[in-house]
Design a protein around this ligand. Structure first.
Ligand SMILES: Nc1nc2c(c(=O)[nH]1)N[C@H]1C(S)=C(S)[C@@H](COP(=O)(O)O)O[C@H]1N2
Ligand SMILES: [Mo]
Length: 161
């Protein structure tokens, strides 16, 4: 590398280090693969998901004591299930956990892809960055193990089949 190239490279590295937080903000946290589009995923970073309409679900859950306020976009909006695109979701978490969710659930119960818990962005250590939250308190019929297993946290990929 020449002198100028070295300087430019060093500056670039410094910028990346100094702006680490901002850089991480822009990275992909969710990839959505829809059979109806072919193999290319729709990729979302946190600001992309934050720019969709934010919905609040306040509910009790088996995982956190008391009622918790979750905020994020509707799964329905993220997946954009227009034109009969999809019957079933396959959700894959950062730890490899997988769950299948019928698309009818997305319409019937309007779960969100929560970004925030009680006003704060969730970190991986507390089920973030994305947690599928169903409004359990509004629908006693889904307050059971089937829907607990569909409450995937640390979501990384969603495949729409
Ligand atoms: N990422 C991730 N989400 C997950 C799981 C998991 O292992 N990893 N377990 C699921 C299942 S099967 C249930 S019942 C609930 C509660 O799991 P827990 O009782 O182990 O906390 O979380 C669901 N979401
Ligand atoms: Mo479970």
């Amino acid at each position: 590398m020449g002198g100028l190239a070295k300087t430019v490279f060093a500056l670039f590295v410094c910028l990346l280090m100094a702006g680490g937080g901002a850089f991480a903000q822009g990275s992909t946290i969710l990839s959505v693969f829809r059979d109806c589009d072919g193999p290319q995923p729709h990729e979302f970073n946190r600001s992309g998901l934050s720019s969709l309409d934010q919905v609040t679900i306040e509910t009790s859950t088996p995982w956190i004591s008391g009622r918790t306020r979750f905020e994020g976009p509707l799964l329905l909006d993220v997946l954009d299930l227009t034109g009969g695109c999809g019957e079933e979701l396959e959700v894959i978490a950062l730890n490899g956990f997988r769950a299948r969710i019928p698309v009818s659930d997305i319409h019937n119960y309007k779960p969100i892809l929560a970004l925030k818990e009680n006003g704060r962005f969730m970190k991986v250590r507390n089920r973030g960055p994305l947690f599928i939250v169903f409004p359990f308190d509004d629908y006693p019929s889904i307050n059971n193990e089937i829907y607990f297993s569909r409450s995937v946290w640390q979501v990384r990929e969603i495949h729409v089949h």
